[in-house]
Design a protein around this ligand. Structure first.
Ligand code: FPP
Length: 253
């Protein structure tokens, strides 16, 4: 006999295709399309960002349950300051609201909350909440959630170059010691693996100054879905596709 309720959902179906032994260690997501999602629904852009926070909650939970080690979310770029000041304020408030409302749940789920970017350039209240979230979760052993805030790939590389030059001039580093590993160690991501998989929803095919150094061999995955509509099954599909890619890192098989 056929019992409909026993059939696996679309989500379970895709999930069952994921090889848990071949998970990407580090997934990075360019959360795009909040504004267009809101426009499509005749809502103010800021409602799109609010809906985008719901997606963050679901995707973080899905990554954590799956056993992903690092998830980096591009939440605010060094270029996003060009947006109208009320939109910037809403984004900063949403960050504070998210951290305050979610930190206990994240802690319960063994997640570490971290930030990458020029954090000193954020409003003090954001810095304080980020610090509080990190202090509470820093000893957890599960998913490392990196919020990229006031982050720009070129800005990060510029800062690394300045720091290396300064260390060379103080005799702490010899020019001959400068190799790719040393450069990586001067980046915000110094203690994490490079992303294996970059996801960009919303139908745009750009990197937008995200993790420029680190994505040298990342697999890119694009979707037309706007970020507020991005669901765990979209994430699972990205991982399944990733697992079917042939990664050669410039070599041959
Ligand atoms: C891109 O959509 C999205 C952003 C610039 C901000 C992403 C921020 C959030 C999802 C919420 C706040 C963050 C946290 C960590 C709580 P867009 O506005 O560029 O969309 P559009 O291209 O359709 O205009």
């Amino acid at each position: 006999m056929f019992f409909k309720k026993n059939r696996p959902s679309v989500e379970e179906n895709i999930l069952s295709k994921i090889d848990k032994n071949k998970l990407p260690a580090h997934i990075a997501i360019i959360m795009d399309g909040n504004g267009r999602w809101a426009k499509k629904k005749n809502m103010p852009r800021t409602m799109g960002h609010r809906a985008g926070v719901e997606t963050i909650r679901e995707i973080v939970k899905a990554c954590s349950k799956l056993g992903i080690k690092y998830l980096t979310l591009y939440a605010f770029s060094t270029e996003n300051w060009k947006r109208p000041s009320d939109e910037v304020s809403v984004l900063m408030n949403l960050l504070v609201e998210y951290l305050r409302g979610e930190v206990n749940e994240l802690h319960k789920n063994n997640v570490v909350v971290r930030a990458i970017g020029d954090i000193g350039g954020l409003p003090q209240i954001c810095q304080d909440e980020l610090k509080r979230a990190y202090e509470k979760t820093k000893n957890n052993s599960g998913l490392k959630l990196n919020l990229a805030l006031n982050y720009g790939g070129r800005d990060e590389i510029k800062k690394a170059v300045k720091a290396i030059v300064s260390d060379v001039s103080e005799g702490k580093v010899a020019i001959g010691d400068i190799d790719e590993k040393l450069i990586s160690s001067y980046l915000y991501t110094s203690d994490m693996p490079d992303p294996d998989l970059i996801i960009r929803p919303s139908g745009e095919y750009r990197i937008s100054n995200f993790l420029l150094w680190q994505i040298a061999y990342a697999e890119l995955w694009f979707s037309d879905v706007y970020w507020p509509d991005f669901k765990p099954d979209n994430l699972y599909q990205a991982i399944v596709d990733f697992q079917n890619r042939d990664r050669r890192f410039g070599g041959i098989k």
